[in-house]
Ligand binder design. Structure first.
Ligand code: PEP
Length: 253
């Protein structure tokens, strides 16, 4: 099977001011010193910083993404941001369906699917998040939940180029807890099989990221699991040194 190029994406959530550019610049410095890194690396800062980062990184391989978008192209939606606006600001991707959006804003998979479709329409890659809560895990529902979210959130026209799946167990986000490598292997294999069934070769080539308390100390083990094609990183992406400690597991040799 063709080796998929991994993606290591950093989700800054509601963190970061203009002065945080220093961290992005430092990360870009690591990337330019290590051009052999066998992975794409992306920062998803808050929307207020996308234009600044994208402009500053125009000569860098460090990619810039958004954290959410509205399903509609434009209109009377105070405070929301359209996918086209993210693209206009210099983003090439957007996270949709993060568990914090599903929980804090009651986002359903149907809405996530519409957001992913809007991202594609605007030329953005959609990073679609799925994952079970602690209660769902304890009641043995993990695979069902992941299947249901995946089926509900994947828009028509999803391809390996325009879509990435991020498996993020909700109980592992920001807690320091992680599933065992065996658990990650089982769930990622399940997602791969669902993608293959739905999308054929495009599903076989689609990247599946693991997210939830990835740190420099556990990245090599988690990224070494079959069907893990990179990471979605929250807290440890805020500092360039930590984030590089994760991304650098993809240095050759
Ligand atoms: C996330 O919010 O996507 C995430 C994975 O957070 P953390 O790495 O902090 O667990």
């Amino acid at each position: 099977m063709k080796q998929l190029r991994p993606l290591v994406a950093g989700n800054w959530k509601m963190n970061g001011l203009q002065a945080s550019w220093d961290e992005a610049e430092r990360l870009a410095g690591f990337l330019s010193e290590h051009a052999s890194l066998a992975a794409d690396v992306m920062l998803c800062p808050p929307s207020t910083l996308i234009s600044q980062f994208a402009t500053g990184l125009s000569d860098s391989s460090l990619l810039v993404g958004g954290q959410d978008c509205h399903p509609e192209v434009s209109g009377a939606h105070t405070g929301d941001i359209a996918a086209e606006m993210l693209a206009d600001a210099g983003a090439t991707a957007v996270i949709v369906g993060h568990s914090e959006r599903r929980t804090d804003h009651g986002e359903t998979s149907e809405l996530v699917r519409a957001k992913a479709a809007a991202a594609h329409w605007a030329g953005l890659m959609a990073i679609i998040c799925v994952g079970e809560t602690e209660t769902e895990r304890k009641s043995g529902e993990t695979l069902n939940i992941v299947s249901t979210q995946l089926a509900g959130s994947l828009p028509d026209g999803a391809t390996a180029a325009n879509t990435v799946i991020a498996y993020e167990p909700v109980w592992a986000i920001g807690t320091g807890l992680t599933p065992t490598p065996d658990d990650v292997a089982e769930i990622h294999a399940h997602i791969r099989s669902e993608l293959n069934g739905k999308l054929g070769e495009e599903g076989a080539q689609m990247r599946i990221l693991y997210g939830g308390s990835v740190k420099p100390g556990n990245a090599a083990e988690l990224m070494g699991v079959a069907n893990v094609n990179g990471a979605l990183v929250g807290g440890a992406s805020l500092k360039a040194d930590d984030f590089w400690g994760i991304a650098s597991v993809y240095l050759p040799g």
